[in-house]
Every structure is written in C-alpha cells, then in structure tokens.
Design a protein around this ligand. Sequence first.
Ligand code: ADP
Ligand code: XUL
Length: 558
Amino acid sequence: MENYSLPQGSYFLGFDSSTQSLKATVLDASLNIVAKEIVNFDSGLPHYKTKDGVLRDPSVNGRIVSPTIMWVEALDLILHRLQESNFDFGKVVAVSGSGQQHGSVYWKNGSSEILSSLDPKKTMVSQLGDAFSVKESPIWMDSSTTEQCKAIEKAVGGALELSKLTGSRAYERFTGPQIRRIFETQTEAYENTERISLVSSFMASLLIGSYACIDQTDGAGMNLMDIKERDWSKTVLEVTAPGLEKKLGKLVPAYAVAGSIAPYFVERYHFDKNCLIVQWSGDNPNSLAGLTLNSPGDLAISLGTSDTVFGITAEHKPCLEGHVFPNPVDIKGYMVMLCYKNGSLTREDIRNKCADKSWDVFNSFLQQTQPLNVGKLGFYYKDHEITPPLPVGYHRYVLENFNENTLDGVKEREVTEFDAASEVRALVEGQFLSMRAHAERFGMPSPPKRIIATGGASANNSILGSAASIFGCDVYKIESSDSASMGAALRAAHGWLCNKKGNFVPISCMYMDKLQTTSLKCTLAVAAGDEGLTSKYGLLMKKRAEIENGLVLKLGRM
Ligand code: ADP
Ligand code: XUL
C-alpha cells in the first residue's frame, strides 16, 4: 500500500489573513495542533486606526478598505510573536494560508525588485511602504461598485450569462468590478500597477519573495475566471479593464506549490530553506478543507465577520444567487456558497444595544424567549447586505393572529421596535431562516445530513441551538473555531504531499480512518431536536422569504 504519511517531527504552518486579524495554526505530522498565534488588527496595530480591521470612507457610499501595508506589518508581528514563544521555524516543511476573499492589492511598477531583495535585518513593513500603487485595498465589505457590476453584466449579455461564465453574477465585492472601479477612478494608479494580487496571493508573494499566482478557487471570486476552464475568461477580462491579463499573472490549482520560502525568512526566522509555500486560497475554501467537508449532504456554516453557508457539489448550475468555486482540495467538483455581510458585527450591534454588551445576557434572552418568537420577524442590515442585496436598515414585523401551525394568508404588520429579548431572538432566527431559505433555493441539501459550524460565533452554543432547530439537523464543531487557518495548515500538508508524489492525491489520504484522532475531529455541539418545530420553522421561513422579496422589490438592486 502506498505511503501517504507525513515526515515525523515536521510541522505545517497555516495562516488566515482575515478581516479582523491574522491568525496562525501549526499542525504536526499527526495533524494535531501544536501552536496558535493571533494578531488582532485594531488592538495589535492601533496606528492604522481601523475599526474591526477596516476603514469606512465617509465620503464615498459603501467604500470599505484596509491599509495594504497593515497586512504586511501583521505578518512581521505574528512571526515575531511566534519567535518570542520559541517556536522552531526550522521544523516547518510547508506553509499555506487563507485570505479574506475578493480583496485586492496593487503592486506599483518596479516593486517585484523590492520584494525579491528584502533585507533580513529589517522588518518588511519598513521596506514595502512604497510598493503599492493603491495604498488602501478594497475588501469584501465594499459595496461601492454597483455601476461597474451593471456595466460588466450588460457587456456580457446579462447577469445569468456572467454567472454561467464565471460562477457568479456580478457582485459589488468581487475583484473584477473592484478593478474596473480603480481603473475608472484612479486611472494613473491603475496604469502604474505591474501586478494585481488577491489577499491570498499577496501574502504568498511576501513569503516567496516574488509574485505568486492566484489559485483557481479564490480566483473564482473575481468575476473574471471561466469556471469550467479554470482559466481567465477573455470575454470578461476585455469588458473589465484594459491590459488586465498581464497584471493578473496565471491561475494555478490550490494544491500547487507557489515556491520555496524566500531567503529573508530563512535568515531572519531560521526557516529551513527547502520549506515549501503552497498556494494560498480564500478563507471560505480553506474552511471547507479544515472542516474536512467531503460529502454532498454536509453543510458548513461559518459565523465569522461574514456569515457564510457552503457545501460541495459535483455540478455547476448557473444561478442568480450564491457563488460557485472550484473545490479547493479536489481536481473536480465545486464548492457552492452563500455569503452574508451582516454576520458577527450585526450580532455585536444588537448585543451592544439590547444585551448590555454581553454574550451571556444575549444568550439568556435566547433562553427566555420561545422558538418562533410568537411571530416576530426581523431583518437587520447594519451594513449593505449581499444575500439578498439590500441597503442598510432594520425592519421589524409582527404576524397578525399568529398560529404556528398554519400561516396561510397571514398578514404582517410593520413595527418600529421589539422588547430587548425578542429583538435578540428575531435577529438570530432571522439569520438562520434566511440561510435555510436561500440554501434551499440554491439547491443545497435540505435537510442537511449535518451542519458543521465554525468561525468566532460558533463558540456560542445558544446560537448554534437555533441553527439546529431551524435546519432540523445535528450541529458539529471541530476543536478550533479557526477552521480557515487550520484548513490552510492542512492544505500545506496536502500540497507538500502532492509535490512529493509528483501528482495530485486526494486529501483524505492524509488521515484515512484516523480523522477522529486528529485536531480535525468533529464533535457534536447541539442535537437536532424536535422535528415538529423544524416544520413550523419551515412555514415561518416561507413567510419571511415573502416579506424579504417585498423588501428587495422596494429597496434592492435587481
Ligand atoms: P474573521 O472573519 O475576522 O476571521 P472570526 O471568525 O475570528 O472573524 O470571528 C470574530 C467574531 O466572533 C467577532 O466579531 C465576535 O462577534 C464573534 N464572537 C466571538 N465570540 C462569540 C460568542 N461567544 N458569541 C457570539 N459571537 C462571538
Ligand atoms: C465570501 C466573502 C467573505 C470573506 C470574508 O464571498 O465575501 O466571506 O471571504 O473574509
């Protein structure tokens, strides 16, 4: 039998450059966590003055950016912290990472030389300050590109046509529309750009000391890649911005090796010079790897800054909602995903307003109130929402003469407020009812075989309890809620193995039947519970979807 074991004594390092922080997780050859580290952008790097890792531009509606150089300094700092904790970088045989999806970095003409000749006696931040033609990277929360989205969809023959081609209709945060806006509003900076990276390929570039390729999975979040061919779509490139292909470089699979670690890190941190940098990918694809999602009946729910729902599928059915990406750990098949902008930051907002800024009080409100909330339904958009596209605003409704067993023809009445406890329940139930409705519409399994939850808020079992009742299935968790950096470490090992074998090997070869003895093991967090309640939620979900459609007709972008 073929040997797929990893070298004893070796380490695999995974990063996650996300909205609010840079995290690191290290796995050993038995796939157990041996080290973790985090740099929170707001508190660890306060001089960038970010709030929740981002800068909101008050002068341009929907413009949300992060300082590119902050991500560089975060890498300096996290490596420094690992070094201070006596972490042995020499044992790391492969590194990979995950980046918040869609965000883009603009390297100024001539920067590849700076990148390839960094002085190991100095920090990266002190040497790369002048390397970017656009200093503030547009990120996934940005919604300032509606005009560009419309123009791109129109130029290729409509929204569904773009979805057929690239896996998604045009979305404001997707990198193609973002690049087009940079071209239109900062033409000189665009002309002065020699390379455009995603957050994922940007961080990989720092580690190899030259421009890393974009991987096909994260590349699918750009509205620029032909989803079937897994290569740039000439048609969409042409209608997005001039001279774009040259600035983007090539696309490669997520399991490919980007290069060996740059001498800078060998000298400064004593990495082994043969340490491989495996392609970085998006945070959601890495979470899919970290949660070891391998069956079409499994549904993953990530409750991070954004909330996402994803699963795997064999086919690509073009749709006006949700996204299709190549499966990051397979050579065939797809990952399907829905993304909500109003995730943790909106839960925090309601917690702060209604629950004394305390998750304990928030949870006690969930316990005190009845499932179904006696027909009180809420829609909470602290930020412009993605699923469905709706502007900022909070909307609350009470269903008249609420009878949980039949909602046929029932009318809703809009109200301006709920009591604090009902508000908390309306928020949490609303988020999961929306996920269930959109997931069903998008063709995801219903009911799912099981849900695997991750992201910061998956630490909260009261929140997960609502997900279990609404979806009607058991909810599992893995040991660490940081599935993106964990998945990145696992993909580092996978990329290392594929490189050693000289061809792609299925990722499951690395753990076979031993998964439950590793840090990737799944454990039950909350059981499904009462089937009757799930069917009642089914009725409420339909009513809620009807109200949501009304909001889209009244306020949304069609
Ligand atoms: P990122 O998208 O930056 O990777 P994380 O997955 O680290 O985000 O999640 C961070 C969020 O987790 C915070 O904004 C916070 O609201 C949320 N969070 C942390 N602990 C809890 C908890 N006990 N209950 C609900 N939410 C929580
Ligand atoms: C996915 C998306 C978000 C970011 C968050 O499409 O926009 O989940 O990846 O980091």
